[in-house]
Design a protein around this ligand. Structure first.
Ligand code: FMN
Length: 185
């Protein structure tokens, strides 16, 4: 059983330069299960029970997507709206995600200069992830520092390959530092 679930969302993977390679770097890594939401649900007809089952069986959940309009691609919003049900993910009886770890893995066209006070986007990129962060907290999840690739518009292939290799190392480290689950009595 994989320990890390990567929920991947890119609506135009055939045009991707960055996530295509990040995905290739994650593919086949033991302990990491990549679930491509646009591939699984081209009509946005999300199988809520299947998604909840995937969440239950993984202690670490990564949301991997390109930053689109300072937000997530549409299917990830649909996924949040349908899968994170009241009484399951949040609310008095909604405790199923408590204690799990959540990390956003995203890329942005804008560079570090654009994502700072006084820059083109006026805020650090993490500010734009706040709705996801607060959603994780509402569900009792531990929010891990986001993994962000900035300046993707200007990245040349060798830089992208280096980012992909770094991402693979990041996944390995995350997997290898997970607490070992207690043996059933
Ligand atoms: C519809 C759309 C919206 C985008 N919105 C943003 C944005 O809000 N901020 C930003 O820095 N880059 C934005 N970008 C740039 C993407 O984040 C960037 O192209 C992507 O991270 C590169 O990854 P890829 O090669 O896997 O597509 C946008 C791109 C598209 C196509």
């Amino acid at each position: 059983m994989a320990s890390i679930l990567v929920l991947f969302a890119h609506p135009a993977l055939e045009k991707s330069r960055v996530h295509r390679r990040l995905l290739d770097a994650a593919a086949g890594l033991p302990g990491v299960y990549v679930h491509d939401l646009y591939e699984a649900y081209p009509d946005f007809d999300i199988d809520v029970r299947r998604e909840q089952e995937l969440l239950l069986t993984h202690p670490v959940i990564l949301l991997q997507y390109p930053l689109y309009w300072y937000s997530t691609p549409a299917i990830l919003k649909q996924w949040q709206d349908l899968v994170l049900e009241h009484g399951w993910a949040y609310g008095r009886a909604g405790t199923r995600l408590r204690g799990k770890r959540l990390q956003v893995v995203t890329s942005a066209g804008g560079g570090a200069q654009a994502y700072q006070p006084g820059g083109f986007n006026a805020h650090p990129v993490t500010d734009f992830l706040f709705p996801v962060e607060q959603t994780a907290r509402l569900c009792g999840m531990e929010w891990l520092p986001p993994y962000v690739v900035l300046g993707s518009h200007r990245m040349e292939l060798p830089e992208i390959d280096a980012a992909a290799a770094a991402y693979r190392r990041h996944l390995e480290q995350l997997r290898d530092t997970l607490p070992v689950p207690a043996e059933a009595p």
